[in-house]
Design a protein around this ligand. Structure first.
Ligand code: GLU
Length: 424
């Protein structure tokens, strides 16, 4: 299998995923069968979806659903609407979901969906038509016991509500809320789901700071991305005493050494849709934000923002990966050499899928938890995973990233072995 190893990765997310997979496979001494099965997705679905736009034109959109693994259970993972969506990205994101569910011990495999589109330039009616048509195209893939989507970049609870509605229509109008998670509360969503990913970022970050002997109130933090992950992560970290000195979204960033008032920033984004025009600091670029002189850096936007080109200039002591794949594999060794601690994506942002699991359980039981119950269950689950990853890193003298892959892949590979020789 040596020839399959990616030594020098370019910034391709699937290659970044594979580079880490091979490293962990070697540490685990993974057998050849598991390497072959887990290094490729189980199934890939591609649909070309014609939609009549508001102006009468027909556009054809490319939609994907990649099921990477179902060894641990039905496949789970979000759906992304973004212009840069392509098959390699969705394949990487699907595999990361497999390892993520493995790391935090959820009874799920991994999948991801995506549609190549620019949701910010589409009307609500166009988005609804696209979402419903995508659901029809993937109707045989989705299901509460087979493959369970959720929100990701460019999608939200409303999009999930359209999916349930269309899916139920296609299935004899039965009530099947457990087919997706991240739904609005009124459609069977869970309390605590919206903030869950940011909460996990905050929680794993604080656990790591304490292991590093750093006091939250002595730390400054820069957060890249102010969507569902970044905004909650920034707010919750500021509640814990860290000083948020920089934030950004796709229009650019803001730096204020005295600290940015989180409540005001969040209110501004709610009213204006983005941080554009918000003035509580000096303008900076997304690239400049990464190399600021801060203690903690939270990349919570897109993949591949930390690369071999800028890793050497990063000054933070701790990176908490709110986004999926924000660090290209080529940058791992540079960060490690600099002694920068990285809480990897598959652990740091697992709070979202953990609460997705609680949502699915609540839908199936017909019994709903309070927000406190959801938060305390999620905190416990991510803390247990953190400790397992931390201990694994100590035992093998490896980074938290390598340890998280080892823990996640070990669980998936064990399940694969138990399925037996005829798994498919
Ligand atoms: N899209 C989120 C992630 O990347 C959530 C997935 C889910 O809840 O299924 O983890």
């Amino acid at each position: 299998m040596q020839e399959l190893k990616v030594q020098e990765t370019v910034a391709n997310p699937y290659e970044s995923m594979l580079a880490r997979f091979w490293q962990a496979a070697d540490i685990l001494n993974l057998n050849d069968r598991a390497r072959r099965i887990l290094s490729v997705p189980e199934r890939i679905f591609i649909a070309y979806i014609p939609i009549v736009m508001d102006d009468g034109r027909t556009e054809v959109f490319e939609g994907y659903r990649v099921v990477h693994s179902r060894a641990l259970g039905p496949s789970k993972g979000g759906i992304r609407y973004a212009p840069q969506v392509d098959l390699d990205e969705v394949k990487a994101l699907a595999a990361w979901m497999t390892w993520k569910c493995g790391v935090v011990s959820l009874p799920y495999g991994g999948a991801k969906g995506g549609i190549k589109c620019e949701p910010y330039n589409m009307s609500a009616a166009e988005l609804e038509r696209l979402t419903r048509a995508y659901t029809v195209a993937m109707a045989e893939v989705f299901g509460p016991d087979t493959d369970i989507p959720a929100p990701d970049m460019g999608t939200n609870p409303q999009v999930m509500a359209w999916i349930v509605d269309e899916y139920q229509k296609l299935n004899g109008k039965k009530f099947i809320p457990a087919v997706v998670t991240g739904k609005p509360l009124e459609m069977g969503g869970s309390l605590g789901r919206v903030a869950a990913t940011g909460r996990g970022v905050m929680h794993t970050g604080l656990l790591t700071l304490s292991k590093m002997g750093l006091k939250p109130s002595d730390c400054t933090v820069a957060v890249q991305g102010f969507g569902n992950v970044g905004s909650y992560a920034a707010e919750l970290l500021s509640h814990k005493g860290l000083k948020v000195v920089a934030i950004s979204d796709r229009f650019g960033g803001l730096y204020n050494e005295k600290g940015i008032r989180m409540g005001d920033a969040i209110k501004y984004v709610k009213e204006h849709g983005s941080l554009e025009g918000y003035k509580d600091g000096d303008k900076i670029t997304n690239e400049e934000l990464l190399t600021l002189n801060v203690d903690v850096l939270v990349p919570a936007a897109v993949e591949n923002v930390i690369t071999a080109a800028n890793a050497a200039n990063i000054k933070a002591k701790l990176i908490i990966e709110g986004a999926n794949g924000p660090t290209a594999a080529e940058a791992d060794a540079i960060l490690e050499d600099k002694g920068i601690v990285v809480v990897p994506d598959i652990l740091a942002n697992a709070g979202g899928v953990i609460v997705s699991y609680f949502e699915w359980v609540q839908n199936r039981r017909g019994h709903y938890y309070t927000e406190e119950e959801v938060n305390s269950r999620a905190d416990n689950q991510i803390e247990r995973a953190f400790m397992e990853v931390y201990d694994t890193a100590q035992i093998h003298k490896i980074s938290l990233r390598k340890a998280a892959y080892v823990v996640g892949i070990r669980r998936v590979a064990t399940a694969l072995q138990l399925h037996g020789k005829y798994y498919s």
